[in-house]
Ligand binder design. Structure first.
Ligand code: ASP
Length: 358
């Protein structure tokens, strides 16, 4: 095994015996990496809307889905137990390193990550661009806590394990499974704050759905991912700072100014309409641009994206195409690794190429 952090080495060592024994059972070996969220949440009554996320353990969640052991042989790791609004870069790196080691050492056939729904799409997209393996990685969560009447977590977990255990899901990129749908990491987004039908792919539609534990696909993921991704974060533990500014009627220039003064490397604009911002904000962004800050134009609109065909397209300020602002931020952070390695600014043409392909 390659050189790893002590915690990951220990986990992998304890998994090797399981992986060998599990191999002889003929069922796919699935590792569940648990991070918290509402799927691990608990309330004091079964009908109460308020609850505390990230309190029950992954073993307790699995125990609510007895049939899961029929489709796969499972091992679980409690990576953390948090609300996903508190997700951190260090946990992203821990997930990346663990998954990379599991697959590189043939310790499992697929990975399921349980995650809070608020930032699930971001973790999914980060892993979609960095994991260099074709075996399935599936994220799932819940909109109702584990104690709720008709909690959605158990079925979502069953479906996610079914997808990760299926041969049909090799080389499809990182997927999100929620509410019976299989959604691609590049397009999935949370579109409802409370309903169990909270996720969609607003531009391309879902990849497929699950029926009786069987994934059925409508389409392939269209953007480059996993084994075809050029982003290599092996051995790294940080990413260049990139932030987002939101556009609205007479928006203030204060946030842009503060970000430039804080020496961010990139700013994603969640523009109005087709990636637009006021003349005053543009003026501030230009100052950043002259200092070498990469500017990307995305949109606060849920679908349609921002493309180069617009009249106001300026090649020095690349557009995000169909990436929403939070995904454009992740792609730009990874793109900027290249310039942080060479200490030269990445030219806008190269950034635009990256946003066209991923
Ligand atoms: N606040 C929770 C989280 O994202 C919400 C959820 O899981 O649905 O962790």
């Amino acid at each position: 095994m390659k050189k790893l952090t002590p915690l990951i080495s220990f986990l992998l060592l304890s998994l090797s015996l399981w992986a060998n024994t599990a191999n002889s059972t003929q069922r796919p070996r699935i590792v569940i990496l648990a991070t918290g969220g509402t799927i691990a949440g608990s309330a004091s009554s079964s009908t109460q809307a308020s609850y505390k996320p990230g309190v029950i353990s992954v073993e307790q969640i699995i125990a609510t889905v007895p049939d899961i052991e029929k489709i796969a042989i499972l091992k679980s790791i409690q990576v953390c137990n948090i609300s996903s609004q508190n997700m951190e870069l260090s946990i992203w790196f821990k997930l990346y390193n663990t998954i990379d080691s599991l697959f590189s050492n043939d310790l499992c056939d697929g990975v399921v990550i349980t995650h809070g729904t608020d930032t699930m799409e971001e973790t999914a997209y980060f892993l979609n661009l960095t994991i260099k393996h074709s075996r399935p990685v599936v994220l799932t969560g819940a909109m109702r806590p584990s104690t709720s009447l008709s909690a959605d977590g158990p079925f979502n977990l069953f479906n996610a394990v079914s997808v990760a255990a299926s041969q049909k899901t090799i080389n499809r990129g990182v997927m999100v499974v929620m509410n019976d749908f299989i959604l691609s990491a590049d397009d999935v987004t949370k579109t409802n704050t409370v309903n169990t039908a909270a996720f969609s792919c607003p531009n391309y539609g879902p990849l497929g759905y699950i029926r009786d534990g069987e994934p059925r696909f409508f389409r392939e993921s269209v953007a480059k991912h996993t084994v075809n991704s050029e982003f290599d974060i092996k051995g790294m533990n940080t990413l260049p700072p990139v932030e987002i500014i939101y556009s609205y009627t007479f928006s203030s220039i204060i946030p842009v100014r503060a970000l430039i003064e804080a020496n961010v490397k990139g700013i994603v604009v969640a523009g109005v309409g087709h990636g637009n911002y006021s003349a005053a904000v543009k003026n501030e962004l230009e100052k950043g641009s002259r200092k070498g800050v990469a500017i990307i134009r995305s949109t606060r609109i849920a679908s349609g994206g921002v493309d180069c065909a617009a009249e106001d397209y300026d090649p020095s300020w690349p557009v995000a195409y169909l990436k929403n602002p939070q995904k454009a931020r992740i792609l730009l952070m990874l793109a900027l690794i290249k310039s942080s390695k060479s200490s030269e600014s990445l030219n806008p043409k190269e950034i635009q190429r990256i946003f066209t392909e991923y």
